[in-house]
Design a protein around this ligand. Structure first.
Ligand SMILES: [Zn+2]
Length: 149
């Protein structure tokens, strides 16, 4: 999933929680993922009906995400990256399982833990959300001031 659609679809806090629960590391190659260079990988690809839910999303680096493509497993290009990183495919699937077992979303512990990360990585999106919420509140207040009849 592209970075912008991830922010829009999941919201900055849940997206940050996905990154937090992965310890900021790519699920496949294990490298630390830098701000602006991450990808959200669907364990069951969207093309095969996989959903945008925390039980189907793991963190990846952009390169591993591209190497995995729409495969439900580990295609040769991704396996080459895993090998090059000195990891095994089994380790990667264990990491997938570990991440998917941590609930993510509004009100979860993960989202609370990821608050600072959310502000650091997605501060602009959060500010925009707040601005939208404020302008909505202001509009409602203005509507309420109007004499209805
Ligand atoms: Zn990677």
């Amino acid at each position: 999933m592209s970075r912008w659609s991830a922010i829009n679809r999941l919201g900055p806090y849940t997206l940050a929680a996905l990154i937090w629960r992965a310890k900021k590391r790519c699920t496949w190659c294990g490298q630390e993922v830098a701000k602006g260079r991450y990808a959200i990988d669907h364990v069951v690809p969207r093309a095969l009906g996989g959903a945008d839910v925390y039980t189907n999303l793991v963190l990846a680096c952009g390169e591993c995400n591209v190497a995995r493509s729409d495969s439900p497993g580990v295609p040769p290009a991704l396996l080459a990256r895993i090998d090059a990183a000195g990891r095994t495919e089994a380790e990667c699937w264990d990491e997938v399982k570990r991440q998917l077992e941590i609930p993510v979303g509004r009100g979860t512990w993960a989202n609370t833990c990821a608050r600072i990360l959310a502000k650091q990585w997605f501060g602009n999106a959060i500010t925009k959300d707040l601005a939208n919420a404020r302008s909505y509140k202001a509009r409602v207040a203005q509507e309420q001031k109007r004499v209805p009849f």
